[in-house]
Design a protein around this ligand. Structure first.
Ligand code: CA
Length: 241
């Protein structure tokens, strides 16, 4: 399998070098851009597999780069930003970014996020094919039947809980913001729906807990949203219930 090519958009040469050196070490290909215009042109002409994007660029806001790229491409975009304000993260995610890392970051973390994005890319490429079943560890969603099972036992979900878990599953690995989710579920993103979302998410997460009371599928990003994590293992052999 040939390794992916990553477009690294970063105006700070030291950060850019750290990232490209790491990618090179792990056998990935890369392109670089030091500003937004160059990033958009390179994304359009070289068709990279993933974009690492700094939000603070000299010529334009990184969020606008995301909006422009999203006009024609669904390729994964991972925001790498010095800004720690949640509003910036939400704006970037709502504009179509898949994930974010806050500077300073570790290269291990960067590589882990990259692997998640490449997995989502592989799923996207298969998206044309019908995929009636979602399997993640011991969690199985049968979309045509609208049933959810965990370690072989069926979960009794309310219609809203089912919509929530389906939405997160279809976007596995991607952080979905509160406004995105409430709009998808209720058609609008009013404050009242935000409160409902928290309640439904709490009951859903409770139903996904194992015997020890821990839940490993839905990750909470406080103040931002939720993400369906890829869980390792198949859940096979846990027939002791
Ligand atoms: Ca910058």
């Amino acid at each position: 399998m040939s390794k992916a090519t990553i477009l690294v958009v970063e105006d700070d040469p030291s950060v850019r070098n750290l990232i490209t050196t790491t990618l090179k070490m792990y056998g990935y290909g890369f392109l670089t851009a030091g500003n937004g215009q160059s990033a958009i042109m390179q994304a359009a002409s070289h068709n990279p597999d993933v974009i690492f994007l700094d939000l603070g660029l000299p010529d334009m806001d990184g969020v606008d780069v995301i909006r422009r790229v999203r006009e024609w491409s669904e390729l994964p975009i991972i925001v790498i930003s010095a800004r720690s304000e949640e509003t910036d993260k939400i704006e970037a995610l709502d504009a179509g970014a898949d994930d974010y890392l806050t500077k300073p970051f570790s290269v291990e973390e960067l590589l882990a996020r990259l692997r998640v994005s490449l997995r989502r890319l592989a799923l996207l490429k298969k998206a044309g094919e019908p995929c009636p079943t979602f399997i993640n560890g011991g969690l199985v969603i049968d979309f045509p039947a609208e049933t959810v099972t965990l370690d072989g036992r069926e979960l009794h979900l309310t219609p809203i809980e089912y919509k929530l878990i389906s939405l997160l599953a279809k976007n596995e690995g991607k952080v979905l913001t509160y406004p995105y989710i409430t709009k998808a579920i209720w058609g609008e993103s009013a404050e009242s729906e935000m409160a409902s979302l928290r309640v439904f998410m709490a009951t859903l997460r409770k139903k996904l807990e194992d015997k020890e009371g821990s839940q490993k599928f839905i990750q909470t990003h406080i103040g931002i949203g939720y993400r369906m994590l890829k869980v390792e293992g198949t859940g096979a052999g846990r027939e002791d219930g």
